[in-house]
Design a protein around this ligand. Sequence first.
Ligand code: IDP
Length: 158
Amino acid sequence: MFKSGWTGVKERTFIAVKPDGVQRKRVGEIVQRFEKKGFKLVGFKLLKASKDLLREHYWEHRNRPFYNRLVTYMSSGPVVAMVWQGQDVVKTGRDMMGKTNPIDSMPGTFRGDFCVEMGRNVIHGSDSVESAQREISLWFKESELCDREVCSNNWIYD
Ligand code: IDP
């Protein structure tokens, strides 16, 4: 499953602004913070995810008591699905996001700044390079991803 070439400056993560984040108009600020950091946007779409897609996305939680509520919440409105690329983007994306429960999330993180409850926590981000690979191939076709040279690279990487 894990392919080399998915680390270093080519590392990718899957980030989704959840339905509450879209409704509460947090898309722009989330995109802006990833851009400001120096990461590259390589995939972006607004969609209403099907329950089948969401059940597969959250498969690891299938036996947890909150699984059905989670799928209902995530299918309650459109989400913005994104792929971001750059060095250590998976871990950094998780740090920018904060903890699963907003009460444990520091100010300055998305969940620390934008929400109060675990069941409405605004954003998803892959928790490992392997999860990112699985989630990106679940949500995006290869043809929807758009890597390219960016002129600021020499100002971001040594
Ligand atoms: P993560 O989103 O921080 O990676 P996970 O443990 O993978 O957290 O859980 C996925 C999502 O399921 C969470 O973001 C949250 O929306 C929801 N969730 C997790 N645990 C609970 C819970 O105990 N009650 C309600 N919702 C939960």
